[in-house]
Design a protein around this ligand. Sequence first.
Ligand code: KG4
Ligand code: ZN
Length: 339
Amino acid sequence: MSDKKQLILAIETSCDETAAAVIKNGTDIVSNVVASQIESHKRFGGVVPEIASRHHVEQITIVVEEALKQASITFEDIAAVAVTEGPGLVGALLIGVNAAKALAFAHSKPVVGVHHIAGHIYANRLVTEMKFPLLSLVVSGGHTELVYMPEHGVFKVIGETRDDAAGEAYDKVARTLNLPYPGGPHIDRLAHEGSPSYNLPRAWLEEGSYDFSFSGLKSAVINTIHNAKQKGEEINANDMAASFQQSVIEVLVTKTVRAAREYDVKQVLLAGGVAANKGLRAELEEAFSSLEGVRLVIPPLSLCTDNAAMIGAAGSILFEKGKLSTMALNANPGLDLEC
Ligand code: KG4
Ligand code: ZN
């Protein structure tokens, strides 16, 4: 890099976290501020888009100022403003995109639109140098994908969910077990107290497919719980959580290992909110410990769930490649990762 240091101000507002961060040279976190709205959405059992937008409006200026303050810099020190352009909730994305454009315009800085999933993958760049070709298992509330990357900024989705995302299935199953939103961490906790004694399906799909499907598994859990209720039988929530978790993890790990072998990758990067899952982390570590030539990278918990540091890491690559956005940048809830 020609510059001695390149500072990117990054903004993320695609769902229920208002976040801003300052990233140095695409790899170092200088500041990383996240204002979570989870408490406001909890009583509704999920994210309410209108409430999310209102919180983002209230928080965005505070969070950006805090990120700059913690980094001990001003707007003049930054090279560009990176922002999540999509996918996500349109009303939530709009707040971040407009804040980024206003700041960039006011301070004559370029703005860079970033794909949210690219951000999740690039959280790993804050952990270690990315080595290509690589494979990323992206497991979040809205996405479950196996993404092949031959080089920086190039994404090929080799498998994806045909119905529910892994996180979505976790949240729905948690709801059925009367656990609070977001349910993933609660199921994870219960699973470690129980044993996988319920017989639940695994959706392998057609031979060779890297796609996923979790709605059948989710329905099987819900049906088992309802049937037990009707018969007046008790469900062991710990055992159900353990059974559900085992089914999800078995499919995720098996397909990831198979794809890593077939594509002969140097690294496998775990990404997305479900990457915080202790069971998944442990099973992947176990599976990849015996696979030679492939290094498994797992981000710390704080970089798995939504944050702006990851958007800065991904945005820095676009900035370096000269892939800048214009002031016509708009929120794009259906943004494609591959283009
Ligand atoms: O990536 P993320 O913060 O937001 C999206 O982009 O969707 O992911 C949120 C999802 C939620 O579904 C949440 O339940 C799940 O990640 N999650 C977990 C765990 N921690 C968060 N799922 C399973 N186990 C966990 N420990
Ligand atoms: Zn996310």
